[in-house]
Design a protein around this ligand. Sequence first.
Ligand SMILES: [Zn+2]
Length: 383
Amino acid sequence: MKLSSSSQIEKLARFKTHPYRATSFYLNTDKSQQTLKAINAASKALINQARQELEGKNLSPEIKNCLQSDLEKISDFCQKKLSPLKSPGLAIFSCSGQNYWQELELPHGPRNRIIMDFDFYTRPLTAILERFKKMCVFLINRKESKWYEVYLGEIKQIDSLLSDVPKQVKKGGFEGYESKRIERHIEAHLLEHFKKSAEKTFDILKHNHFDWLLVGCDDVFYSQLESLFHSYLKERLKGRIKARPDTPESKILKECSEFEAQLKRAQEEELVKRFIDELERGGRAIAGLADTLRKLNSFEAQSLIITHNFSHPGQVCPKCHNLYIKEENCLICQVKTESATDIVDEAVELALTRGLPVYQITPPTRLKRYGNIGVFLKYKNPL
Ligand SMILES: [Zn+2]
């Protein structure tokens, strides 16, 4: 099943696993960024590590069996299904004790992880849904208009309109006054077609929730069309794509994904630039894993910025949840720290729990030169 709405997430979040526990599995399966071999290796490493962690846990045999069985099922699934899988991300939710199993194909690669807990871990799903914009695509030519909804890598036609606009007459076919009269007659029809289409676009946007409006039409029509848009449409108008009413759906979808990716890329670059500028002038930012953890621990971080899928092992204090790279004892409570496979993941969790924004930057990025991680600070960093 594909991830397509927040109701799927709510259903998972509401699921009662009691008296057992549940396993949530996330895997980046983006084959444009890594080989199948690397994806397989990553899934095996995750599962093996979860098995080891489970061994060492002090749980009742019943609960342990349930979780072990989850891991076996996930391992089987990965061995058989990773190769034909086309989506860039995969999530599996399993609670063998309650006989529950749900796999979800994701439109974006998540951070790799397995979480065994009292309930399903759904935060990465919410983050993915937030990442995608719901787009209304409005395509128009001289006589036809079409509207599509594009969301989470899927496209569906919402509406269409066919107007009775006479064909353009060849120049020179009529003389003087008559020719002008016919031209005006055609223009009136065309304007009527544009007006009706702009009104319908307004209706569609008013009755459905869309984040963006994208328009596809010939250059000669655009300014006239835009002048007919209600201010409500102009607010949502995000840009133009190279598609017309007769463009195949697969091509429209591709245009939209490229548009979205380009915009996302530009936003990320802007953010990285802002971060580096801030760093270099000694302002409210700090880079590198050690300093990032320190500023998170001391509640000085305002937001977290990381290269997507950057990871590093570390230590977590079981008492106060402070994060460290190497400390064997917590600097605050002196309690012995526990090792964490991915301290970056723990940092993301901590930030999200505190309601701090987490920006994941798609590599390659200049952020790499700064240790792939950093924070914007609430206050200027004292040197
Ligand atoms: Zn502590």
